[in-house]
Design a protein around this ligand. Structure first.
Ligand code: FE2
Length: 306
């Protein structure tokens, strides 16, 4: 039975069931910098300690046709307390680490490395000329996992599913894509539940996808340009800038040109972050321990693979 007094209540239920589309909360511009042995890149998240989107700590985009900008690569260096994700678009790098892992980073491939208690690795270009382009993303680990053993996965392009959508494609690197088919990427089962899509859109294509309401999210257009948010109030995101999204349960992007945009979401860790260079822990004392362990050779203690 439904009487007139009940109507507003019904309306409220319907309203609360409506999808709330996220819009831009803030924009983190990328700034030119260099890392490793002089590799030139653009850093958005992580350019300052306040510019993080928990659980994401840093996003670097590298892209150049000039070998002088990348030829030095990243000679051996340590990490502790988080994960690094390298996504190659163009070029060829070789990863080696203290555990004996060797990985070839080739176009379209992903390297997912969990530093845990410690890893020492290098990433060196395997080309003397040509284009080098891609991303490195740092994802934090919760305190309970910061000291777990290091792991490494090299995921070639062929192992990363590509979903076709009207007016584009979605490369599903991590998390699950819900379209005509449900497609789960090769990375799953992590505490931070990362979603990582590389979305390619023809001009004027609208891309909409559900996001877990409690997860942090941002988008980064590296080619073309997108507007972000509900159709009636969408905001334009500059190219090569991280657009941090408001809370809500869906993302909506419209391509203002032929566009490539990465979409990232993850479960916030909500713990203190103490970072010094390649070490990301919860307290200053833990950072000092990491530095001390690196100096005395105990940071990376996993036996080398035969
Ligand atoms: Fe590294």
């Amino acid at each position: 039975m439904l009487n007139s007094d009940a109507l507003p209540y019904v309306a409220k239920i319907v309203d609360s069931m409506a999808v709330s589309t996220r819009t831009l909360a803030s924009v983190i511009a990328s700034i030119p910098t260099s890392d490793g042995a002089g590799v030139k890149l653009r850093r958005s998240l992580g350019a300052r300690s306040t510019l993080r989107v928990d659980p994401f700590l840093m996003l670097d985009e590298f892209g150049t046709d000039n070998p002088d900008d990348y030829i030095g690569g990243f000679p051996p260096h340590p990490h502790r307390g988080f994960e690094t994700v390298t996504y190659m678009l163009d070029g060829h790098m070789r990863h080696e680490d203290h555990m004996g892992n060797v990985g070839d980073l080739t176009p379209g491939g992903v390297q997912w490395m969990t530093a845990g208690r410690g890893i020492i690795h290098s990433e060196l270009p395997q080309q003397a000329d040509g284009r080098m382009r891609g991303f490195q993303l740092w994802i934090n680990l919760p305190s309970a996992e910061k000291m777990k053993p290091a792991t490494y996965r090299d995921i070639p392009a062929d192992d990363i599913p590509l979903a076709k959508i009207t007016g584009g494609t979605v490369k599903v690197i991590a998390g699950t894509f819900h379209g005509n088919d449900t497609i789960t990427g090769p990375i799953s089962g992590l505490t931070t539940e990362p979603l990582f899509f590389d979305v390619c859109l023809d001009k004027d294509t609208v891309f909409e996808h559900g996001l877990t309401a409690t997860h942090s999210a941002f988008v980064y257009a590296y080619e073309g340009q997108v507007e972000v948010g509900p159709e009636d109030s969408a905001l334009t995101l500059p190219r090569q800038a991280a657009g941090v999204l408001t809370p809500g349960d869906a993302v909506r992007l419209k391509a203002l040109a032929d566009t490539r945009v990465i979409v990232l979401a993850g479960k916030p860790i909500n713990e203190p972050v103490e970072q010094q260079g390649p070490f990301v822990m919860n307290t200053r004392k833990e950072i000092e321990q990491a530095i001390s362990d690196y100096r005395d050779g105990t940071l990376a203690t996993v036996a080398r693979k035969e």
